[in-house]
Design a protein around this ligand. Sequence first.
Ligand code: SF4
Length: 147
Amino acid sequence: MFTHYDSVVKHLRPAKYLVCKKINGVVDKLGELQDVLKIHERLTAEFPKVYSELIKDSDKSDVSSVKGLNYLEVKKSIVEKILEECILCERRCGVNRINGVTGFCGVNKTARVSSYFLHMGEETQLIPSGTVFFSGCTFRCAYNTRL
Ligand code: SF4
């Protein structure tokens, strides 16, 4: 069921984020969000081929990054551009989190980790599950002190 994850844990396959670093964005500079999304779409189409070559040929399993902007950096750029007018959740505050402004969730550009641990309460196949809880919340409930 979790063949890929099992292989990553056993160091038989590279984690997919490392594979992203091997795909060159073939640009020096990223432009506006719409342009970056087009580049991302192109690199997304390349990913399955690069990944299957890596896992087929153990000689190619070196996951060192390519020079220049890679697929992972393109993804990072998309998130940063969205954070400039945040629409990451349905609150769609539109605040500039990159400039330190907080929206309804109370989070600016810095993610805050509340806790991390091995979660033992998931379905059998997922135990133990590395879990990270972030602070900040987009819900409106009795526990939200920002109401
Ligand atoms: S609540 Fe937070 S995540 Fe949601 S849109 Fe507003 S700033 Fe972005």
